[in-house]
Design a protein around this ligand. Sequence first.
Ligand SMILES: [Zn+2]
Length: 237
Amino acid sequence: MNPRLLAVVSVEKVQRVRCQKDGCGHGVYAAIHVVEHDGRVKVLGSTCFAEIYGGEHALGRPQYMGGGRKISAEDAALLDSNTAALLAKWELAKIETEARNRERLRSMNAMQASRLEPAAPRPTPQSMYAFPAPEVTRRVASSPWPWQHPRNYSIALLRSPHGQAWFRVQHQDQSQKLAPWPLFDGWESALPAHVGTADLALGAFGVPDIGRAIKELAALGFTSPQVGVWNDFRRAF
Ligand SMILES: [Zn+2]
């Protein structure tokens, strides 16, 4: 069975555990690597992990938690005495987090979809004389992003190699975002980390350098940006 990296965690120094590489046995408390290999769970110091597997990143991202996150004293005790119980606990937490994320995605999609329903015109005595609202206002009001900049309504569509649609949208705080539309399961990890950071509340990636991001995404097979306003695109979605 292929080795799997389960977690990279840290504990208080007094709760340090023994590195289980043959012949090591050093106490480790920062960056404890928890690995499953041939059906056995081992804890390893970062140096021994890199020696055995050929590098710090050799097994990719940990299945449960990474970055040397500090675990509770209770979990640290389990790490020493009952790894199976700790893994079961982490697995449950992971399933619950995924379920919460799916639920959140569903409600965000429902909320954004309801924003796109045309609002019933308010029957006011003036309406038959009034000019229609300026086109610009209508375009912005009907976009799926309530946080979009009120004046810069220009957006740009980039399609991923998988055909997913991403829009470059300016936030009202002037920053640039890449927003998937429609939102799809797993969108928050669909762009490489160096492009930007997923903001779950907005349903978009914050992108510090949009020019660079577009070049990097082009190198990954994304289409070049097609610029327009939401009204140009909405019929296709
Ligand atoms: Zn070691």
